[in-house]
Design a protein around this ligand. Structure first.
Ligand code: NDP
Ligand code: 8G0
Length: 448
């Protein structure tokens, strides 16, 4: 079955899962030249196998709110592929979570994890639970209840979840505690644990820092430097604020962050004090807009950052946050580099538009792989029951991001021959990630 036939099949079967189909098509259109030159992939139906998860577990979560009223949420774990290692990927708590979103994230995770070069398969999980406005006691009760349902499916050697949108250190601690309580096992079943009880140094910073390391490699490839460049960041969560922090540390002028309420613009650029203030403000779930009264700048209620002039955009909030109109604004406003901190923040039309205008584009599976890479390092530290230093992890992260960059650039050179001088990171990353997984599947025969 050819790739296009496999696409037709999933479009018919999963018409109600638009994000999933979007993610699959994005990979499909770029791997054709590789696929066609490897007849064994078609013979083993590699693509048709990879677009169907190994399994999806769905469950109900009952919990009690502070008023003693029973609440019912839904949860899932999508175990997509363990061809290269234990299933690995985050857990998202957000009202928009459904099977389509988790399948797109799990599918992307397969190739991202392959790109890191570490032994990890792809998975994603989560719940439609909305943490906004919940008390700490409610969060704790929900996390315990969620893990009570999830725990039969995970283990340090089979499936290792982590955080994601709405799930950070606090939630991981509650879930880890419940897992430990139910199984009596103290192991690396979750990553992103607190430093001091199994967590790795630098896991919190890894995704944002890694994205900026990737950006540095992109700039170097064009004989450019980050110093003095204006950087637009969207989001104000874990990825965004650490991307902003590293960009600032390296001399970039970060002029925006945003959240679901609007965009904050500071033409003078963020510094470490301002970033610390933003971290503290978001940790207290307080409005970003308060910044203006403290440090100046401007608040654009209900708006995204893309109407502002800049050189580099790092969208780091959520999927499909950048549509074609936003992409047009980016091009008009001088953006030359788009680095995806989030997973699939650009719609297909947005990607087409910026690529048409030769904007250098790093897809999430390459640019944000630093997070899961350091999760992989957390797993190995847990296995040998030893900790590495911040400097050791940082050095490993830099090497991993450079390897992903160089591998994608090399594959682009080989397979994207239409526009010399433009590095097609999208094609390159998809080809490198896909090839690693496909070769394993062929070696395994017809078992996953
Ligand atoms: P956080 O929950 O820490 O932050 C998410 C940020 O994005 C918040 O500022 C939030 O705004 C905003 N946001 C979320 N959903 C929406 C929405 N529907 N509309 C507008 N704004 C929204 O999440 P992370 O920083 O961890 O994750 C951000 C992205 O990066 C996700 O795509 C995630 O999958 C991806 N990613 C994360 C990694 C990690 O290590 N954490 C690793 C690799 C990728 P508000 O605060 O107002 O809700
Ligand atoms: O550490 C992880 O496994 C993890 C957590 C959150 C997001 C991601 C991702 O790569 O999207 C990975």
């Amino acid at each position: 079955m050819s790739i296009s036939q496999a696409i037709e099949k999933i479009e018919a079967r999963y018409a109600h899962q638009p994000e999933f189909i979007q993610a699959v098509k994005e990979v499909a259109i770029t791997i054709a030249p590789l696929y066609d030159s490897h007849p064994e992939y078609d013979a083993f139906k590699v693509f048709e196998r990879l677009v169907e998860p190994d399994r999806v577990m769905g469950f109900r979560i009952n919990w009690e709110n502070d008023k003693g009223v029973v609440q019912v949420n839904r949860g899932w774990r999508v175990q997509f592929s363990n061809a290269l290692g234990p299933y690995k990927g985050g857990i998202r708590f957000h009202p928009t979570v459904n099977q389509s979103v988790l399948k797109f994230l799990g599918f992307e995770q397969i190739f991202k994890n392959a790109l890191t070069g570490l032994p990890m398969g792809g998975a994603k999980g989560g719940s439609d639970f909305d943490p906004k406005g919940k008390s700490d006691n409610e969060i704790r009760r929900f996390c315990y209840a969620f893990m009570r349902e999830l725990h039969p499916y995970i283990n340090k050697d089979t499936d290792v979840p982590a955080g994601d949108i709405g799930v950070s250190g606090r939630e991981i601690s509650y879930m880890f505690a419940m897992y430990k309580n139910l199984t009596r096992e103290y192991g690396g079943v979750l990553t992103g644990k607190g430093v001091g009880f199994g967590g790795s140094l630098m896991r919190t910073e890894a995704t944002g820092y890694g994205a900026v390391y990737f950006l540095e490699n992109m700039l170097t490839a064009q004989n450019e430097r980050i110093d003095g460049k204006r950087v637009l960041v969207s989001g104000a969560g874990n990825v965004s604020l650490h991307a902003a922090e590293k960009a600032h540390m390296l001399g970039g002028v970060v002029v925006t962050v945003s959240d679901s309420q609007g965009t904050l613009y500071d033409g003078a650029g963020l510094n470490q004090e301002k970033i610390n203030w933003l971290k503290a403000q978001k940790a207290k779930s307080q409005p970003l807009a308060d910044y203006v009264a403290v440090y100046g700048g401007e608040w654009f209620a209900g708006q995204k950052p893309w109407h502002i002039k800049g050189d580099i955009a790092i969208p780091s909030a959520t999927q499909n946050e950048v549509n074609e109109e936003d992409a047009k604004l980016m091009v008009e406003n001088g953006i030359k580099y788009v680095v995806e901190g989030a997973n699939m923040p650009l719609t297909a039309d947005a990607i087409d538009h910026i690529r048409l205008h030769r904007v250098h584009y790093a897809p999430g599976k390459a640019a944000n792989a630093g997070g899961v890479a350091v999760s992989g390092l957390e797993m190995s530290q847990n296995s040998v029951r030893q900790y590495k230093t911040f400097e050791e992890i940082d050095a490993r992260l830099k090497v991993i991001m450079k390897n992903i960059h160089d591998g994608a650039a090399e594959a682009s050179e080989k397979y994207h021959q239409t526009d010399k001088g433009y590095i097609d990171y999208m094609t390159g990353a998809n080809i490198v990630g896909f090839k690693r997984v496909a070769d394993a599947l062929v070696a395994y025969g017809i078992l996953n």
